[in-house]
Design a protein around this ligand. Sequence first.
Ligand SMILES: [Zn+2]
Length: 630
Amino acid sequence: MTEILKSITEELPKVISDAVFEGANIVLYTNNKEFFKTGESKIKEIVDKIKKRIELRADKSILASEDETEKTIRGVVPEEAEITSIIFDIQRSSVVIEAKKPGLVIGKQGSLLNDIKKSTMWSPTVQRSPAIPSKITEKIRSVLYANNNYRRKFLNDIGKKIYQEWTSEKMDIWVRITCLGGGRQVGRSCFLLQTPNSKVLLDCGINPAIAEGPEKFPYLNVPEIGDLNSIDAVILSHAHLDHSGLIPYLYKMGYRGPLYLTAPTRDVAALLALDLIDVAYKKAASPLFKSEDIKEMVKHSICLDFGEVTDITKDFRITLYNAGHVLGSSEVHINIGNGLHNLVYTGDMKYLKTRLLDPAINYFPRVETLIIESTYGSKNDILPPLHEAEEKFIELAKQVIERKGKILLPELGLGHAQETVLRVEEAVRTGKLPKIPVYLEGMIWDINAIHTAYPDFLSSSVRNQVFQDNNPFISDVLKRVGSSAERNEVLEGGPCIIIATSGMLVGGASLEYFKNLADSPNNLIIFECYQAVGSLGRQVQEGAKEIFLGQEFGAEKINVKMQVETLSGLSAHSGRNELMQYVSRMNPRPKKIIINHGEASKCLDLASSLYRSQNVETNVPKNLETIRLK
Ligand SMILES: [Zn+2]
């Protein structure tokens, strides 16, 4: 047993039967019923002393039987909570109650859970059953339940590693960060953060705009990495493929360390990774990884809530904050060496309230270095106010509906699509637009379902709608398109709005619709999300009248006669003004700013403006460049 566990158990003679780690958390098991019910204050004393989270659970030997416990739960919880399942995890003496209304299971200040705990000795937790059944969320939950034993050992091993030679002193170490992808470009985001004790990857994405070749992936073959298992942890900011796409591949190549992220990011990242396999098979290419590798990723995921502070290595302590970009998207705050240096990585972020999400957080306990994205970093990237773009959309849509055309909105499946869904749903429901069908292709529907499982990560307004049984994602304005037959019906039908992936027309349903809708001037395509250099979407956006599709898409020539519009105010990224404001209003002020995730000119433009206006050191690393932070 590690020192820290030994010293804790010594303080609690006789009542503790086992002490283990669950990641950075400490779990004590007691075989004494009285202590389990009344030991809170004693545990709190120890928590105050060692400043680590401790959870007290009952030893297997004193648990009520599963049948009895289920009876108790169903007796205590009111029927309106709509319990969908009760799952026992005997290894951890815990029981998961899945319900449609989790609040009614918890009771006032946790009173019902407490009753269940005291009468059965099981430690109950509550999970929300999504309003739209989500296959992926169900599958992930079942993978985790099926691997309880493995998880227990895995989490204990992580704790052992973190607490090896554990100290609360400030450490005298060096800190450096290497840009392995996403330097002066959008795509394949990946940083390696290193100290003498720890190696951590921040994101590990692919470049979705590039079909193949080494430029699609970050530089993982650098000598600093070497053996993949020398990496202590991977932190994922959000599920978009340019941040997450290569993570299952790490597991394929034998990485077995933890992946830190939010629960919705885990679910959506798994879904997008599965889709990547699908896309590869459709192109008769061999996929980068298999579904088994995605399963390994899920098994090794450690989910954090916003604001939850956790040690991930001996000298890294992380906290995730809302980034306002997509469901579950996080800014990562890393406290290195017990306060020696503090780093904030924004990932992709939006410093503005949208329908879907609250704005990115820009106040932190401490910050010395800020890594900020610059997708819209140049002086010209001033985004019009949200309401202007929304009004423009209504105006354009009305004209098309009048001339009996169809509107195609190519969207990134995650984030942008949901913002659009909320906007369009409201416009049709409230009569701002005539009652035309709004079609959602399968992938977007599936990601909407994950949104309904995690309303706590949504903006306060949408969260309230969900809690008041007014869930916009299950509105009858929205219709799911699940097959190519249904797609043909949409194409043959009357005026409608179609929301489909991919966002840059690089395959997927949006490309299929585009092929069919392009030759009529009655139709309209609106680009609302970022179009990467080299993508088909970028060509169309820039006014190409003839498009040549590659071999994998049938080697066709397409004449573009449809109306083409771009609405930039609706981006899930901060515009130039928001980026500048984010930094100028940041508290505390960073001493060094590293700019990434933008085309070279935009990164450099943002860097020089920040340097001049904030009087702060700025860096715009190229891929493979290393910056010493301490
Ligand atoms: Zn993103």
